[in-house]
Ligand binder design. Structure first.
Ligand code: GLN
Length: 471
């Protein structure tokens, strides 16, 4: 893994890398534990990369922003602490879009992430915003990597780089120490080359955390799991839905064909495959791009350079401006989001934008509950509201409209909206808070297409089961 990391440094997937002696001593210590039969967990000794918006004491946590270029957190994020306690070795911090805002990992203070180029071709986009984590996994620099997924930032890079990317149900993995982009949507996600490596890391870091006010409590976890398991259809004969609204005209033929092939494959294994309708899907993208920037404008207000982070010299002048030159050091995309968010929260626009987007979000969540066999037990406790024998156990849809575009083509795009469109297939699950996993499905000899399996809130178990049928 270390050789892979050195070989691929030019891909710019890493912002910080652990020193060679430190890595060796940690891996050696773990090997000694394992040979003495005292392994801490199934991930003991594994190299894990961590997205640079997740706090670590051993490295700076920059969010790929000039404003946090030198920032070192005084504590580890809970997910990092738990991974370390399980024996994982944090090998470095991964490059990303500044504060998680972007779909190509190009909006970084440290420069674009790149995928390894195929023969004679220019580099392709790694996807964003966890593009560094996806490239680190795809090139073998680490066993698995942590990312964050607010509107698709783990799943889109996974689809573009041909690896597995998992976004858990909202509230499962602690957000304590994860620098907020849009709190109500932010989740920690995991990337790996195989489902098993993703699942092992998830098991090691999953759980309630008192420090995160939106972490799901043990009682609620138990109640949700208890209800789900009472009504779960097991083994053979699952019902698998494909949402018709995801069949967009913009889908590349390779993506549509792979989607059909995946469904046919499941049908052959005697699972029922049915079309379903999520009628409000068309509002998901606009709702997301109102809500996420609104929350971001509030979250990013604290970066004024006064207490920590970068401070522009002009702000220090006597009688100078307090912090506007400092805040001009955000990248253009971040500033665009702050302005858009501040506008949609303003008294002039809140009714027509922010509140409408909140309602759209609820309706989109309801769309999902209308097609799943199981109800959303976070919201309701009455199994009768579920559809019993009717309804689907999981949904399967593509994660991206096409394969990864060339970076040079992305740079030529005229409007930021051209990038926002890439999130159209991932934001519905984010708005609904449900689990989704993106898997590479082979298309032709060397290409893969990212397919996502989505399940009802808390039903990771069914999601894993179906994911393994596809892998
Ligand atoms: N591309 C989306 C955005 O820019 C998703 C980002 C994310 O999930 N962090 O907001």
């Amino acid at each position: 893994s270390l050789l892979a990391a050195e070989k691929h440094l030019a891909l710019n997937a890493l912002i910080s890398v652990q020193s060679r002696p430190e890595l060796f001593s940690q891996v050696q210590a773990s090997q000694e534990r394992i040979s003495a039969g005292e392994s801490k967990s199934p991930i003991d000794g594994q190299l894990i990369a961590v997205k640079d918006n997740i706090c670590t004491t051993d490295f700076p946590t920059t969010c790929a922003s000039k404003l946090l270029e030198q920032y070192i957190s005084p504590f580890d994020a809970t997910v990092v602490r738990k991974a370390k306690e399980a024996g994982a070795v944090i090998m470095g911090k991964t490059n990303m879009d500044e504060f998680g805002m972007g779909s190509h990992s190009m909006y970084s203070h440290f420069g674009s992430v790149m995928q390894p180029a195929e023969d004679g071709q220019p580099a392709r986009s790694a996807g964003g915003s966890s593009g560094g984590s996806a490239v680190a996994v795809a090139t073998g620099m680490c066993h698995a990597a942590l990312g964050t997924d607010t509107g698709g930032s783990v799943r889109l890079p996974a689809a573009y780089c041909g690896v597995v990317g998992f976004k858990p149900s909202y509230g499962m993995l602690s957000r304590w120490g994860v620098i907020a982009y849009a709190n109500s949507l932010d989740t920690v996600g995991i990337l790996g080359r195989r489902i098993s490596s993703v699942q092992k890391l998830y098991d090691a870091i999953n759980g309630y955390d008192d420090n995160d006010p939106t972490s799901i409590t043990p009682q609620t976890r138990e109640r949700v799991q208890d209800r789900l398991s009472r009504n779960r259809r097991r083994g053979q004969g699952l019902t698998i839905g494909y949402p018709e609204e995801f069949n967009l005209v913009e889908l590349d033929d390779s993506v549509r064909n792979t989607w059909e092939k995946t469904l046919a494959h499941l049908n052959l294994q005697s699972h029922k495959v049915v079309p379903v309708s999520l009628p409000h899907t068309k509002h998901a993208l606009s709702a997301y791009y109102v809500l996420a920037p609104a929350e971001a404008s509030s979250n990013l207000a604290k970066y004024d350079g006064v207490r920590y982070g970068y401070r522009d010299p002009a702000d220090r002048l006597q009688d100078g401006l307090l912090f506007s030159p400092t805040r001009a050091n955000f990248g253009a995309e971040v500033r665009r989001r702050i302005i858009a968010g501040a506008y949609s929260l303003s008294s002039e626009a809140i009714d027509n934008y922010f509140l409408k987007a909140q309602s759209a979000r609820r309706i989109i969540q309801r769309d999902f509950s209308n097609v799943f066999a199981q109800p959303n037990y976070l919201i309701t406790d009455t199994p009768e509201e579920g559809r019993g024998g009717e309804g689907v156990d999981v949904l399967i849809a593509p994660c991206a409209l096409s394969k990864a575009p060339f970076l040079e083509d992305v740079k030529m795009q005229k409007s930021p909206l051209d990038s926002y469109v890439n999130d159209v297939l991932t934001v519905p699950a984010s708005l609904a808070g449900i689990p989704a996993i993106c898997l590479p499905v082979m298309h032709g000899e060397n290409d893969s297409v990212g397919m996502q399996v989505m399940a009802q809130y808390g039903d990771e178990e069914t999601m894993w089961e179906v994911a393994k049928l596809i892998e």
